[in-house]
Design a protein around this ligand. Structure first.
Ligand code: LLP
Length: 417
């Protein structure tokens, strides 16, 4: 992240805080966020796209401190469930700054959103339009402004689990088969909704800016003749996880998208929903090495005190991560090892081919960078492991924003018959 350095004692610091001190105070594993980095990414996005044009995708990482930070930096919030809306609003973010997503929003979630008065509901299906008719008849709130999610038929060159723009998708109205036009017609005729625009999201962790430009073009060609003012082009900008990867910056992404939209005459109507590119590189996870085992001629296993419960991405998507020792940031990393967690299955891998210093020892702290998005938010308490805390570091101050779960938390929802 922006504000990592090595302290006088040789130990890695984040936002002016020694990683060893944070680990000593809050234990490991711990998510350590560079707060200033989060703020700079928010500012970069608002600088690139304009005020009220950046909608932070809270699914990437959400707690009240994060919701507030994004809102205070001038971002709107994209929530994908009633729960995300609840957390955002609990942080004092007004519903009018939130947009609601989801391919299967429940009646309760739609009612919650309408009653609260969200900015937009991103409508995903004909069934959802039926539900909105039903809720309008019930009269639970003002007529909602809606945006229709369209699958533009653009492929995003990413992992198939996170590609969403192709025709064969559970999301949105198909452009190719005429559903998108039908949905626009129906929404226009309906008195239950106020149609204000269209949306697409082609996928996540996308590195090719040209895919976004292509989607923008397809969407603009659809929206302009229909005179639909709002053009929401989703998130999806990739980040570099491992050495050698290079992703476009938010500014470059903005330039490519807005240039394409300029040419189509829709520049001023565009908004985006970045998640990963705001949060991922802001955090690293700090673990403690617990066991090291070498099977001669086979491999070395290094086990840490977390695993798939705080970062399921390697298991789910085969994602790569770097890892290093905060006490020896610049040391050569000549040991190739499999970095694993403490869960009771062999699939519990954090890094299939981790490169680590040969003098790594039990008790060492281990840092895994770029874990700020879709780690904590997709975490679980599998094996009844308590979820790690989240600490925001800035100007030498380490602020606890999510505490570690306790054993009592594990029993909080448990009803013993
Ligand atoms: N907007 C919509 C409608 C989305 O579905 C998503 C992500 C975003 C915005 C934010 O996309 P981002 O800028 O973060 O790429 N768990 C997966 C990622 C799933 C993304 C789902 N939708 C992962 O860890 O890679």
């Amino acid at each position: 992240s922006d504000n990592t350095a090595v302290g006088a004692d040789g130990m890695l610091t984040v936002g002016g805080c020694s990683v060893a001190d944070v680990a000593a105070e809050y234990g490991t594993p711990v998510f350590v966020y560079d707060e200033a980095h989060l703020r700079s990414r928010c500012r970069e996005a608002v600088g690139a796209f304009g005020p009220e044009r950046v909608i932070y995708a809270t699914k990437a990482f959400l707690c009240r401190a994060m919701a507030r930070l994004a809102y205070d930096e001038g971002l709107l919030l994209d929530v994908a469930s009633g729960g995300e809306l609840h957390v955002a609003m609990s942080a004092g973010v007004p519903a009018s700054a939130c947009t609601l997503h989801g391919n299967n929003k429940s009646v309760a979630e739609l009612r919650q959103a309408i009653t609260a008065g969200v900015r937009h509901i991103i409508v995903d299906s004909f069934d959802e339009l039926d539900r909105l008719d039903m809720l309008a008849a019930e009269g639970c709130g003002p007529t909602p402004q809606v945006v229709l999610r369209i699958t533009p038929g653009v492929s995003a060159h990413t992992h198939e689990f996170i590609a969403t723009g192709q025709d064969d998708s559970k999301f949105g109205f198909n452009l190719g088969n005429g559903d998108a036009v039908k949905a626009v017609d129906r929404a226009r005729r309906s008195t239950s909704v106020d149609l204000v625009g269209v949306h697409c999201h082609i996928g996540s962790n996308v590195f090719e800016a040209s895919s976004f430009a292509k989607a923008a073009e397809v969407m603009a060609n659809f929206a302009v003749p229909l005179d639909l003012p709002e053009l929401v082009l989703g998130g999806g900008l990739g980040v570099a996880y491992v050495a050698g990867e290079e992703a476009p910056t938010i500014t470059q992404w903005g330039n490519v998208l807005l240039d394409a939209c300029d040419a189509l005459g829709v520049r001023s109507r565009v908004s985006v929903e970045p998640g990963r590119s705001i949060a991922a590189a802001a955090a690293m996870t700090i673990y403690t090495v617990g066991t090291i085992k070498t099977i001669p001629g086979v491999r070395t296993y290094v086990s840490v005190d977390g695993g798939m419960s705080d970062n399921p991405r390697p298991v789910l998507y085969g994602s790569g991560y770097e890892s290093f020792l905060p006490r020896a940031v610049d040391a050569p990393r000549d040991l190739t090892a499999r970095l694993v967690g403490k869960h009771c299955e062999s699939g519990d891998v954090l890094s299939f081919e981790a490169r680590l210093p040969t003098d790594i020892a039990v008790g060492d702290l281990l840092a895994m960078p770029v874990t700020g998005a879709y780690g904590q938010s997709m975490g679980s308490n599998y094996n009844k492991i308590t979820r790690p805390p989240v600490v925001f570091c800035a100007d030498g101050d380490a602020k606890l924003v999510v505490r570690r779960e306790t054993f009592d938390d594990l029993l909080a929802t448990d009803i013993y018959p």
